[in-house]
Design a protein around this ligand. Structure first.
Ligand code: ZN
Length: 299
């Protein structure tokens, strides 16, 4: 190795340190996207899941365990969304910095008002979460609440760059408020629209836009659609029609397709999170795409 090569290696090493103050692992793509908005080059961000995976169920692969082992901050939804895999991942990684209760463990669900909180907990009701519905990201007002809390956490963990996070958050919050006004104007025709959803993972979107969820393809949360349940749903729609059947990009298309053909209503695939389709490249694109798909199908 000559001197020039050595110098290069030293500079690259220094450059990496100067540019990525914190290593962030997000449990879901929406939180990776949000961290990137708030931290930019200060952060090295990755996501444990993609938009094409069911966030309830992933495997704690060795590469993911290694990423969590080296992380400074873990950003998850909480609300029991990740109970099937996060405890194993945390245990295997052995990283006390990101363990529950530590400053490096951030749960987005703590900062929003939960929907669908069950009055009783009964296993026979399916995959129901005590803390309420954990699919919080499809209400942009929730994103704003989580952004504020996450910016504060970043500033706490990386005090030397606290101003950077504060300024980036202020800029993001202003752009987000503008976008929210635009989205709410665009979405006005969707109010009262009757939809069938695959899983109860659109509740926050429905609540925000005033959609009426008249049925689910799953007989109970987390249970696969059955022939008997779909037949009953078809009979129900013959009496009380729905306008659309909606599913997330990661969900099996067959049940939605069947109902779409039987009930003669469009089947709409929503990105559900960042990366769920071409247009959903970031959080702004996620909502732009979601609204344009719903508006086009509802016409
Ligand atoms: Zn769910």
């Amino acid at each position: 190795m000559n001197l020039r090569h050595l110098l290069c290696v030293a500079l690259v090493g220094f450059g990496l340190q100067a540019h990525a103050a914190l290593k962030v692992v997000a449990c879901e793509p929406e939180w990776a996207a949000l961290a990137t908005e708030l931290g930019g080059d200060q952060l090295q961000v990755s996501s444990a899941t993609t938009a094409l995976q069911d966030p309830h169920r992933i495997e704690a692969r060795p590469s993911l365990i290694a990423r969590v082992r080296n992380a400074d901050l873990l950003v998850c939804t909480g609300m029991e969304l990740e109970t099937g895999w996060l405890p194993v991942l945390l245990q295997q990684s052995g990283n006390a910095k990101v363990a529950p209760g530590a400053a490096g463990f951030f749960e987005a669900g703590r900062f929003v008002t939960a929907l669908d909180v069950p009055a009783r907990l009964d296993r026979s009701d399916g995959d129901v979460h005590a803390a309420g519905n954990p699919h919080i990201q499809l209400d942009p007002r929730n994103i704003a609440l989580v952004a504020k809390a996450l910016a504060e956490r970043l500033a706490q963990l990386d005090a030397a760059n606290a101003r950077v996070y504060q300024e980036r958050h202020a800029a993001f919050a202003a752009r987000w408020a503008d976008a929210l006004r635009r989205w709410e104007q665009q979405a006005a025709p969707l109010k009262g629209l009757s939809v069938v959803v695959h899983h109860k993972n659109m509740s926050y979107l429905s609540n925000w836009l005033g959609l009426r969820e008249v049925g689910t393809l799953e007989p109970k949360p987390g249970l696969e659609p059955s022939a008997g349940h779909l037949g009953a749903l078809k009979a129900q729609l013959a009496k009380q029609p729905a306008k659309l059947v909606v599913r997330a990009a990661y969900q099996d298309p067959r049940a939605a397709q069947w109902l779409s053909e039987q009930a003669r209503i469009p089947a709409v695939v929503l990105p559900f999170t960042v990366g769920g389709n071409e247009q959903a490249k970031d959080l702004f694109g996620l909502f732009d795409s979601t609204l344009s798909l719903l508006l086009a199908a509802a016409r």
